[in-house]
Design a protein around this ligand. Structure first.
Ligand code: PLP
Length: 360
């Protein structure tokens, strides 16, 4: 692990894949860029000097580059600070990566459905051609098809592992083949659920693949979905551009403060991962005894994708019973499938009893 900090990272011609107006962009210079320190009379940022109407003062703008959080992340992830970007959720990083590399009408991005929906939505918001190469029937990358789909205008390729909504981890060998064959654009590996899996993070591969961006989030294993904090790990050149394009104060002061505390509480994360994985196995064993369950995809995440007999009706029944799951039946390759997030033992027990009632 220590190696990562010491290694020389391979470089590429980043200017070639970043849009010229972004490469040349003079970023917003915030009031606090010119002065470092907490002591002084701050009359530079049009803040309210009297504080805020709360017991705690939130009247000052937060650190635009979230230095304290990054220092902590360096320790946890064994990655240098200039290799880390922090976004308002990893959704922000997804959008920025598209905006800095893809021009509408010229470039394209590749996604591998069924996968996380925001890649497509962000691509559509930015009016970028989206090339879809479906996963195979066992939810693996269709490597040959992906390689054939790449052309000189492909700027981004999204891989999600463990994948949402299927929950499986993607074969490492397939990802290496893609990384070796596509170096004229950015390969994004979204590891939102990596903490629930035994898989090694691709952050360890950053020194060898200059086009690699790894996304992670505090919304899942850390239990901080509401605070909104996602991370992109990449070569400092890519991080520099992400920081140029992001809104100056994208992470609120309240979030920065709470996240710092949470990052110091490693025990909670470890314990909840272990509880979730135990509950997942229990839930799977219970589901396997129910007649209406056709198959369960092996999961390396905090959810499972289950194929049911008459999933649509089951989903409606569960909603009426105030048990909310995610119906994925209309998604290609997920016909009759419902994605179920692992809940507390009590919640899972209720879910199982409702499903049993439905099929009784
Ligand atoms: C694969 C994947 N990536 C990213 C995200 C978004 O994460 P964040 O909450 O950090 O925006 C999600 C959320 O469900 C996800 O499933």
């Amino acid at each position: 692990m220590q190696k990562l900090l010491e290694l020389d990272y391979k470089k590429m011609d980043y200017q070639r894949i970043i849009l010229p107006h972004i490469w040349n962009l003079k970023p917003y210079s915030s009031a606090r860029d010119e002065f470092k320190g907490n002591e002084g009379i701050f009359l530079d940022a049009n803040e309210n000097p009297f504080g805020s109407g709360l017991s705690k003062f939130w009247n000052r703008y937060p650190d635009p580059l979230q230095h304290k959080i990054k220092v902590k992340l360096c320790e946890i992830k064994h990655i240098k600070e200039d290799h880390i970007f922090i976004g308002n959720g990893s959704d922000e990083a997804i959008d920025l990566l598209i905006r800095m590399t893809c021009k509408s009408g010229t470039h394209n991005m590749i996604i591998c459905p069924p996968t996380y929906g925001m890649y497509e939505v962000s691509g559509n918001i930015n009016d970028i051609e989206i090339r879809k190469v479906n996963l195979t029937s066992d939810y693996e990358l269709d490597v040959d098809n992906i390689i054939q789909t790449i052309d000189e205008n492909t700027r981004l390729l999204f891989i999600c592992s463990p994948n949402n909504p299927t929950g499986n981890k993607i074969k490492r060998e397939s990802i290496y083949t893609i990384l070796k064959s596509f170096s004229s654009g950015i390969v994004i590996i979204d590891e939102a659920y990596i903490d629930f899996s035994d898989e090694e993070s691709f952050t360890n591969e950053l020194p060898y693949y200059p086009q690699l961006v790894v996304l992670q989030t505090l919304s899942k294993s850390f239990g901080l979905a509401s605070l909104r904090l996602g991370m992109a790990f990449a070569n400092p050149e890519i991080i520099r551009i992400l920081n140029k394009v992001k809104p100056p104060y994208n992470i609120s002061g309240a979030t920065q403060e709470q996240v710092l505390d949470a990052l110091n509480n490693k025990d909670f994360v470890k314990k909840s991962i272990s509880q979730i994985n135990i509950e997942k196995n229990k839930l799977i064993s219970e589901l396997e005894t129910i007649v209406g369950v056709e198959s369960i995809t092996p999961s390396h995440a905090n959810f499972i994708l289950v194929k049911f007999v008459n999933a649509q009706a089951l989903f409606g029944f569960l909603i009426k019973e105030k048990v909310i799951t995610r119906n994925r039946s209309s998604v290609s390759l997920c016909e009759n499938s419902i994605r179920i997030t692992i809940g507390t033992p009590e919640e899972n027990k209720i879910l199982i009893s409702k499903i049993k009632n439905f099929y009784a």
